[in-house]
Structures are given as C-alpha cells and as structure tokens.
Design a protein around this ligand. Structure first.
Ligand SMILES: [Zn+2]
Length: 280
C-alpha cells in the first residue's frame, strides 16, 4: 500500500525569510501531489502529548513566544504551529505515514536546547519523540537527518524501550553524537562521504541491531544530507531509494517525520525515492 503523506497548509504560515521556510515544504508537497500520493490533514497534538516529552515551563515560554535563539525565532503563534507539526507526527505514527509538517523537531530537548547546544536548530518541540511516546511501544528511532538529533538523544537517553540510531555529519552543528552511549548509537560521517560510504554504514548499523526488541520503526527523515544542502554528506537521489529499501528490510510498522532538507525540489523527489525503495 502506498504510504500516505500528512500535511496541512497551515504549516506554511510563518518564517518566509528563514532557511527553514515554507517554500521548501510547499515545493515538496507539490511534487508529491504530482506523483500521485494521497494526503491526510493532521489535528494538533494535545498538551498532554507535549508534556510527555517537554517540561511545563518550557512549553509556557513557547506559548508566550518568550524563547528565542539565533537559529530559532520566537514567531507569533509558534506554539500552535509546533503543536500541529507534532500532531502530524502522531497521525503519521497511527497510519504508518509520512508527515511533511514543519517546524522540524529533533534538536528540541525536554526544556529547549539539548546537550549543551547553543540553539534549538529551527526546532520547537520534538515531533518524533512526541509520536513515539504517544504510541508507547518498543521503538527504534532511525535519524537520517544530516545533523545529530541531540534533542531526541537527550529525551530517550537510558530509556529501555527506545533505541536511538543516528547517522550524521561530523564535525557540524550541534557537535554531539560523536560516540555511542547506552541506547544511543551514533555514526558520525565525514563531509560529503557519498552514497557508498553512507549506505554501507547504514547497512552495517542496521545489521548490528537486535530487531526482535522493536515493534515500531520511527524515522526522523531529514534530507539535508543531499549533496550541497546544509549538512551535505554528498548523497545523490539514488541513495534515498537504497535508504528506503534498507528501512523496509527491518520489517516493522514504520512512520516518518520530516526534519531538515532545505531545497524543496530535492526534498520532494528524495521523499518519493525513499518511499519507492521502502515500498518496493
Ligand atoms: Zn539537519
């Protein structure tokens, strides 16, 4: 069955001047529509869902637009946008779909910037973490964004039910994920390492896992690994098809939430290739 795309026009309403702007998701959505995908519109996550991951004080500050850093502006109503994006990840988790909602989430820790990072890296609440806690099943979180998901690692560090696995560029923002620790498995990769090194590393990483522990795979799906994007690992479009095939080989109910990827043309086509590989 073809994976459904979770999307609401409402997520395009802020930040048109920013790198993490609406144009990237708009273009990706147009491409996926042209390619015949079906779409579902999410509802906002509940406050209860957010509180399973974030502390009350941080959420209050977010609601009042009082928390801002150099990467992550305090937009008007950003709390509502963040709740809707988290709701997108929850809907994707329920229907085994792909949420292309923004803002992204994997740099957001329990109370904001995570593991000593200087900023929240365009993230407000941690969508994938909120969806994983909503499902509350033993889960493998696979983070294929080009940056380390320091927020997700912080939230699930030491959690017996969840394993966090990330491939990312190093050295780069946020500077974490150099080594593995407990349930957090990290593969730092050099700038522009290319398709062969990346996919080879992914295959080895997945082979080392004991998949019998997991009932669900949650993918933090970033596409800034694409050649010349913000966390380029020099990947071509072909790599995303192979990534999709390898995720399918885990044979678990799987959902996806968009993280980075800053050129909509590539994001749309890379998602299509990933899902074609996943569904093949
Ligand atoms: Zn990224």
């Amino acid at each position: 069955m073809k994976t459904k795309i979770v999307f609401s026009e409402k997520c395009l309403g802020y930040g048109s001047w920013h790198t993490e702007g609406p144009a990237r998701v708009r273009r990706a959505q147009e491409i996926l529509k042209e390619k015949g995908y079906d779409f579902l519109v999410p509802e906002p996550a509940s406050e209860e869902d957010l509180l399973r991951v974030h502390d009350q004080e941080y959420l209050w500050m977010l609601k009042k637009s009082l928390v801002e850093d150099a990467d992550t502006p305090a937009y008007d109503n950003i709390y509502e946008y963040a709740k809707l994006s988290a709701g997108g990840a929850i809907l994707a988790a329920k229907i085994k779909g792909f949420s292309i909602m923004r803002p992204p989430g994997h740099h957001a820790g329990a109370s904001g910037a995570a593991l000593g990072a200087s900023t929240r890296g365009f993230c407000y609440v941690n969508n994938i973490a909120i969806a994983v806690k909503h499902l509350d099943k033993p889960t493998l979180i696979l983070d294929i964004d080009g940056h380390h998901g320091n927020g997700t690692q912080e939230i699930f560090y030491g959690n017996a039910k969840v394993t966090y696995l990330s491939l990312h560029r190093h050295p780069n923002y946020p500077g974490t994920g150099i080594g593995s620790d407990l349930n957090c498995i990290n593969y730092p990769l050099p700038f522009d390492c290319g398709d062969t090194v990346y996919v080879g590393t992914l295959v080895r990483a997945l082979r080392r896992l004991d998949m019998s522990k997991f009932e669900v795979v949650a993918v933090s799906a970033g596409f800034d690994t694409h050649a010349d994007d913000l966390a380029s690992l020099g990947l071509s479009r072909k790599a995303y098809r192979m990534i999709g095939e390898n995720i399918a080989s885990l044979k678990r109910p799987t959902f996806f939430a968009l993280e980075g990827g800053y050129r909509g043309e590539d994001v749309g086509n890379d998602i299509d290739q990933l899902l074609k590989g996943f569904e093949a």
